[in-house]
Design a protein around this ligand. Sequence first.
Ligand SMILES: [Zn+2]
Length: 102
Amino acid sequence: MSGRKKKKAPYKIEVGPFTFTVQETADLPIENAVGVLDPLAHAIYVRPDLSAELAAVTKLHEYIHAVEASFGLEGLSEQTVDTLAAGLTQILLGRGFDPRDF
Ligand SMILES: [Zn+2]
């Protein structure tokens, strides 16, 4: 299930005491990134042109950063975050979750 998809409307997630807005945008604040967490704006930005699977793993990656930022876990390496996101994505896809719903 790959390929381009329709841009999703922004939505909100609750993480600890914070509400993060998750938004697809082609205009990410970091060049060449596929996803970005802005902890001060409580916002997660994801590129709109990703395959469903890459969007799913990217969202989980940024959700983990949101947990990290919200619960004082700052300092996880990008490799740790990538590994957690990839592992959780595999588990959830294997359980039949639609990657577009991540
Ligand atoms: Zn990261």
